[in-house]
Design a protein around this ligand. Sequence first.
Ligand code: GDP
Length: 202
Amino acid sequence: AQIAQADFVKSSKKKEECPSDGLPEFALVGRSNVGKSSLLNSLVRRKKLALTSKKPGKTQCINHFLVNESWYLVDLPGYGYAVAPQEARIDWSQFTRDYFLHRETLVSVFLLIDASIPAKKIDLEYASWLGQNQIPMTLVFTKCDKRKKKKNGGKRAEENVADFLNLIQEFFQTPPPWLMTSSVTNQGRDEMLLHMAQLRNY
Ligand code: GDP
């Protein structure tokens, strides 16, 4: 299930511009600063694969990376930029929404959640929206290596994960699969790749 090759293919501004070769894909999405670029790079064992600028306005694209010439990893715009103008925010959600609802080759959305901090409202809202629209989803908890901090109420990653899973329960008939990861220790990387391989062969 390892990644031997990963190449940037294209940036698309709407669903219609995405690759049309029918290969299966997995979309990574999460709040800005959740650790998405780090995770992408950890998955492909390369530094700086995700070359997209992180400035709001330059990240409003769907970025396709072709893996092992047979499937795509898709980097979606982050949400929750504090500095983004309101208009840009609305635009992101519309186009991301369109992608989620109508992209036929989308196997599963990987929703990234920072496990080093308590659950955020915006993350719960995203999880809820995906659940209610029955979009196949996997929860990927990031930064699980981070030690507890006092200002975080002293909670460990495991506790934040349990809290989050509890809070989203009501949005799902079947609880989504979830993984704990760290881009620092590479915890969860093989598990995530195996999970993707299983979903592709399903
Ligand atoms: P993005 O905005 O979602 O692409 O987030 P980045 O990958 O740029 O990461 C945001 C910040 O979190 C950076 O300072 C990273 O060094 C840090 N970070 C990302 N992943 C991890 C992780 O697994 N563990 C720890 N401790 N820090 C991380």
